[in-house]
Every structure is written in structure tokens, then in C-alpha cells.
Design a protein around this ligand. Structure first.
Ligand SMILES: Nc1ncnc2c1ncn2[C@@H]1O[C@H](COP(=O)(O)OP(=O)(O)OP(=O)(O)O)[C@@H](O)[C@H]1O
Ligand SMILES: [Mg+2]
Length: 221
């Protein structure tokens, strides 16, 4: 029943995209055994639940939306009872809803685009998670996920940001989400990436991220 939270103090960092991709892949892997994946959309803009109501959402994904500071903790408890994976897509703000969700996380994933300003926002989010950890006297693992990287080149900026994070002992996923049209298309046309042409590289990219997530959850740090 791990709770995986996608958080960033910045809008547009890639939370909903990462959340839907990871949720879809976990659902695909669990379809035969009817392993259910709860996707809690705690963003009033409803991007993940907007995706889920389009055609092609895996049948073992359970969407919960209209979440706020009054009901998020109850929703998480309920989801944990029925679903082996609970994913939470947050709004790009600092709020009680965000703090409450982070306090329940087994893993916080902080998407970050490869630019200096985005990295500064990611550091703010890391601090937010550290503060929540102090409040509940429990370490909440937090990992930076680089998103929207170029498939063609490793830029000087992304290389430098990665080495800054490593030097500061910040956890960074080895897998980055590449900037791919198919990752945008699912929000326009619904469903999972495998229904689009030339999805294979995107699938490898998402599989690699999900394997890393599962390993982190297994190790619990
Ligand atoms: N890996 C990717 N490849 C292509 N496009 C992407 C990728 N990640 C995000 N995007 C695009 O970037 C924009 C912002 O992404 P997304 O909605 O996932 O961010 P967010 O952090 O959830 O934003 P918000 O804070 O507004 O909810 C969207 O248009 C999305 O399609
Ligand atoms: Mg979003």
C-alpha cells in the first residue's frame, strides 16, 4: 500500500504527466491479477482525473477527485485499504492539502525540468518535505525526477544541475522522463501510451522509471 506523491511548488513541472504515466504502467503490470491503483487527483485543475474520464483508462485505476484539506487524509486512508498502490497528484502550490498528502507519503517524487529556476523550485519542495518529516518525526523519502529532457542531447545545464544535486546528497532518479509527444497525447486523446504509433521508446522510458520506484519502495529510503 505505498503512497506515492507527486509534488512541486511550481506549476507545470510535470507532476500530472509523471503521475498518469506511472499509474498507467503500474495498472498495466497489475491488470492480470486485478491489482488496483488509486489515483488521487488533489489538484482543483483536475488534469489527471480529466485524463481518466477519457476513453482507454485502464479498468484497474480508481480515480478519486474533488480532494481538499478537509477530505484528503480520509481519501488516502480509504484508498490504502483497497488499492496496493496509491498515487497522489498535487497542485503546484504550498497548501494544507499538499502538506497533509506529503505527511502520508512513502515516497515523494519531485519533477524538475532541466533549468536553473526549476531546480530552485525543486529545492523548495525538498525543504517542504523535510519540514513535513520533522513534523511527523519520520523520514519521508523524496526524489528528484528530471522531466522533459531532450532525447537527442545531454545539455550543459542538466549535467551541471545533476552534479549540484549529487554534491548536496539529493536523491535523483537515474531515469529521466524524456520530452515526448506521446506523453502529451495521452492527455488529448486518452488511454495509455501503447495505443500511439512509435510508443516503444516511451514505454522503455516509463518501465525504467517504474522499476526504480519499486526498488526505492522496497529499500524504504
Ligand atoms: N515528459 C514530457 N514530455 C512531453 N511533454 C511533457 C512532459 N512532461 C510534461 N509535459 C507537458 O508539460 C506541461 C506541464 O506538464 P504537467 O501538466 O504534467 O505539469 P504539472 O506539474 O502537473 O502542472 P500543474 O502544476 O499545472 O498541474 C503539459 O503541457 C505536459 O503535456
Ligand atoms: Mg498537474
Amino acid at each position: 500500500m505505498p503512497v506515492i506523491v507527486f509534488a512541486s511548488s511550481k506549476g507545470g513541472a510535470g507532476k500530472s504527466t509523471a503521475c498518469v504515466l506511472v499509474g498507467s504502467e503500474l495498472a498495466r503490470q497489475g491488470l492480470d491479477k486485478n491489482i488496483r491503483v488509486a489515483l488521487l487527483d488533489a489538484d482543483p485543475n483536475s488534469h489527471s482525473s480529466g485524463w481518466a474520464i477519457l476513453d482507454g483508462c485502464p479498468r484497474n485505476i480508481e480515480i478519486m477527485n474533488n480532494l481538499n484539506e478537509n477530505n484528503i487524509l480520509d481519501a488516502i486512508d480509504l484508498a490504502k485499504k483497497t488499492c496496493p498502490f496509491v498515487l497522489i497528484d498535487l497542485e503546484g502550490v504550498s497548501s494544507n492539502t499538499v502538506t497533509f498528502a506529503i505527511s502520508q507519503a512513502d515516497l515523494v517524487i519531485i519533477p524538475c525540468q532541466p533549468s536553473q529556476n526549476d531546480a530552485k523550485e525543486a529545492v523548495k519542495t525538498l525543504k517542504m518535505v523535510k519540514n513535513s518529516s520533522r513534523l511527523i518525526s519520520k523520514n519521508i523519502p523524496s526524489w528528484i525526477l528530471f522531466t522533459r529532457l531532450s532525447a537527442a542531447i545531454v545539455t550543459k545545464t542538466s549535467r551541471s544541475l545533476l552534479s549540484d544535486f549529487k554534491a548536496a546528497n539529493v536523491n535523483v532518479f537515474s531515469t529521466s522522463l524524456i520530452d515526448r509527444e506521446v506523453f502529451r497525447s495521452i492527455f488529448s486523446f486518452g488511454g495509455t501510451i501503447d495505443k500511439f504509433k512509435n510508443f516503444e521508446k516511451a514505454q522503455v522510458n516509463v518501465n525504467s522509471l517504474v522499476s526504480e520506484i519499486k526498488n526505492i519502495l522496497k529499500k524504504g529510503k
